[in-house]
Design a protein around this ligand. Structure first.
Ligand code: ATP
Ligand code: MG
Length: 581
């Protein structure tokens, strides 16, 4: 098995060849995500296959075939032209997981505008600031979201020319300046459309990061990314023709777009889209009723399912379920074991980030899973453990002031050889910062990892979250995983707390399972458990009990917020903070 400085999967994988799996625009006119996702199937044997099964908050399920999706998205592209919206303009989407969101996203890609989906639970200010950074020209939203979240600041964004209201009652749009009803627009639009020549390097998608480590950054992706969306869906999620796929992420996060919209479509599989939020019983029922075969979710959801108990899933028939995958946060070994025991299948963790646009490191089907490891790099992805000069400054781009760590089991930053198709092409309006994340031809991800002898990567923590104590580097993930092994602990987060003697000590915040109450005895018991598992250096010195841990709306634990509160310093950008329950 590979164990060199870098790990390349065996075989002659080459992204240029991979592109041949896709069609390209007819007549050699380039590459457009929406053509690969929709039109090439609508014009072939999969035309009547169901592309989406929308499960609305109320009412009946709505199915949409590839053929129908093609016509609807054609109408939307024509409608954008009729409004005078040109290629390159940014179209923001702010809606729940309703059919119009999906039609608008793909139609806007056909019209070669740049699509930026926003999470509909954001408050007015995070929406306004992202639309300002993204130079919004068009907003697709619903009347209710518009009234609650946009109307108050609409005048501050004079470049926002059009608001397209999905689900508006007749005449409702007339009351909103510069707005049109999406229903009326589509009804008037032609269902035929020819996508203009699209350069693979044309911008296509703008995604804001989760804001876990600081203010969210706008990562810009191009049409070429579809090559990675397509192939990684097959390689990392094992998608194949007759699958029913359920990606639980919202398109407001990159996972919900790359794998909630694009990848299942390019692979011509049927996607389940659930408009409602998490509910353990309904989720299991959805898996059963929809006969889901491939399920892509996140560690937070898995931990909540674990909290709901082992008996619940046994009431449902999950026999069609063939493959479970997870992304977004480290997946504790405990969760993999639980899934094996209770769901009869392991969860396949994979790693990527907004900037990478698609899955980079994964536990693929059939591979030996090492619980706690995020797997190995996919074909075409060259990943390594690297380090660059401590005094690295912006502007030192490509000076070679870095090294690749060859030895296994050494901690360092996860780095990726630049050049995969879904690599971000800039941080919008932060070109310096973008350049500063590359050195010596490698992209520095900001995550700390180690690689074992067999090429498996193990997440240590985000570079910002790593704790330095008495000369040791302590990764939060390992400590948190040990804590949740304790039977009373449902969730845990640890931070470094400044200490005059050892630099930092480890402080833990834990949320308990429903059947446990905080007490001094329990605190001592958890401390003792951690100490016996981790040894004196890495074990927490202090534990606080919290009802819930602060998380981003994409489900990531906000350790920096816990730290700021602990130290009494400003909380920083909390625009993505989930409302306390
Ligand atoms: P910001 O960059 O604004 O701080 P963020 O990094 O949380 O926010 P995303 O791009 O949504 O924004 O998340 C990617 C990050 O999530 C990764 O860099 C990594 O830290 C974490 N992550 C994703 N998948 C995994 C995984 N399988 N194991 C461990 N960490 C993961
Ligand atoms: Mg990040």
């Amino acid at each position: 098995m590979a164990s060199g400085a870098t790990v390349k999967d065996p075989g002659e994988f080459d992204w240029r060849n991979a592109r041949e799996e896709l069609d390209g625009l007819p007549g050699g006119r380039g590459l457009n995500i929406a053509h690969e996702a929709v039109d090439r199937h609508a014009g072939g044997p999969a035309a009547e296959r169901i592309a989406f099964r929308f499960l609305p908050k109320g009412g009946e399920m709505r199915e949409m075939s590839f053929h129908e999706l093609s016509e609807e998205t054609n109408r939307f592209a024509n409608a954008l032209h009729s409004l005078g919206v040109e290629a390159g303009a940014t179209v923001f989407l702010l809606a729940g997981r309703i059919p119009e969101l999906y039609v608008a996203a793909l139609g806007a890609l056909k019209a070669r505008t740049v699509v930026c989906p926003l999470f509909s639970a954001f408050g007015p200010e995070p929406i306004r600031s992202r639309m300002e950074i993204g130079d919004a020209r068009v907003l697709v939203t619903t009347p209710s979201l518009y009234r609650r979240k946009v109307a108050s600041w609409r005048d501050e964004l004079p470049d926002l020319e059009h608001v397209i209201l999905a689900g508006a009652d007749p005449g409702e749009a007339a009351g909103v300046p510069g707005s049109v009803s999406m229903g009326e627009l589509l009804a008037d639009a032609d269902p035929e459309y020819t996508i203009d020549a699209t350069d693979p390097e044309d911008p296509a998608l703008l995604h804001f990061t989760s804001g876990t480590t600081g203010a969210p950054k706008g990562a810009l992706h191009v049409h070429e990314a579809v090559v990675a969306h397509h192939l990684t869906g097959r390689m990392a999620l094992a998608l194949r023709d007759d699958d029913v796929f359920w990606c639980t992420a919202d398109p407001g996060w990159v996972t919900g777009t790359s794998y909630g919209i694009i990848s299942p479509l390019t692979n011509a599989v049927t996607s389940v889209v659930d408009e409602r939020e998490f509910d353990s019983e309904r989720w299991y029922r959805t898996l059963e009723e929809q006969r889901v075969t491939v399920w892509y979710t996140a560690p937070t959801a898995v931990r909540m399912l674990m909290k709901a108990g082992d008996e619940l899933p046994r009431r449902f028939d999950l026999s069609p379920l063939r493959f479970i995958a997870s992304v977004g946060e480290p997946l504790n070994p405990e969760a993999v074991e639980w899934s094996r025991r209770v769901l009869d299948r392991p969860i396949h963790d994979n790693w990527w980030q907004t900037e990478t646009g698609g899955i980079m490191i994964a536990n693929v089907a059939g591979m030996e899973i090492r619980p706690g490891s995020m797997g190995r790099p996919l074909p075409g992805v060259e990943a390594a453990v690297g380090r660059r000069d401590e005094d690295f400054e912006e502007g030192m781009e490509d000076e070679g002031s870095m090294e690749v760590i060859e030895d296994p089991d050494v901690e360092g930053e996860l780095i990726l050889r630049a050049g995969w198709p879904s690599m971000f092409r800039t941080y919008l309006h932060q070109e310096e910062r973008y350049r500063a994340s590359f050195t010596g031809g490698w992209y520095f991800t900001g995550d700390l990892v180690r690689r074992d002898r067999d090429g498996y990567f193990w997440f240590v923590g985000r570079a910002d979250d790593v704790i330095k104590s008495a000369g040791h580097l302590i990764g939060p993930f390992e400590v948190e995983s040990a804590l949740i092994e304790h039977s009373a602990v449902a969730e845990a987060a640890v931070i470094g707390k400044p200490d005059p003697v050892v630099g930092e000590t480890v402080k833990a915040f834990v949320a308990l399972h429903a059947d446990h109450e905080p007490s001094e005895d329990l605190r001592l018991d958890i401390l003792g458990h951690a100490r016996s598992r981790l040894g004196a250096v890495a074990a927490p010195k202090e534990i606080d009990f919290l009802d819930d841990l602060p998380k981003t709306r994409s489900g990531k634990t906000l350790r920096r917020l816990l730290k700021a509160r602990e130290l009494g310093i400003p909380e920083g950008d909390v625009s993505t903070l989930e409302e306390p329950l």
